[in-house]
Design a protein around this ligand. Sequence first.
Ligand SMILES: [Fe+2]
Ligand SMILES: [Fe+2]
Length: 184
Amino acid sequence: MKPTEELSHEHQAILKMIGILGKMADRLEARTSVDPDDLDRAVDFIRVFADKCHHAKEEGHLFPEMEKAGIPRERGPIGVMLADHVEGRKHVAAMAGAIPGIRKGDRKASAAFAAAARGYGQLLTGHIFKEDHILYPMADARLTPGQQSSLEACFIDVEKNVVGEGKHEEFHLLLERLEKAFSA
Ligand SMILES: [Fe+2]
Ligand SMILES: [Fe+2]
């Protein structure tokens, strides 16, 4: 699999979790109870799968290789993507910060989680579209075969040493379970 194909594949998993977060937000706004442990698990997925794994592959490896290939970081698409990642982390921090209040039955905390989840979903859906349709095709066209294979090796290293073996599979099982639980 090409490095950008692997990243696009991960986008599909992130979009699934965004769908689940939307359902969680609906239930919180309708004052239907949501297991706070599931909210914790969803936030953990975003922090580890989306940020620590996926964004680390982009920020630590793909974007630097694109810069080496002559695509500018400042005033260019890479800068926009990095700014989106920073913005996304603020929404995730707001979601995580609301969970203790939700555990205590605080309605304001439920509303805060729902707003942050929707903000994150909107931001990342646009971000993923831009990467899949603009940035990754640019990388595919500009990166040399040597750069592509060194990226593949770096991605394997991220999976093994940053995320941890078996964690990826664990997250896919979580996605399946939450999709079923929040399908209605
Ligand atoms: Fe990104
Ligand atoms: Fe991405």
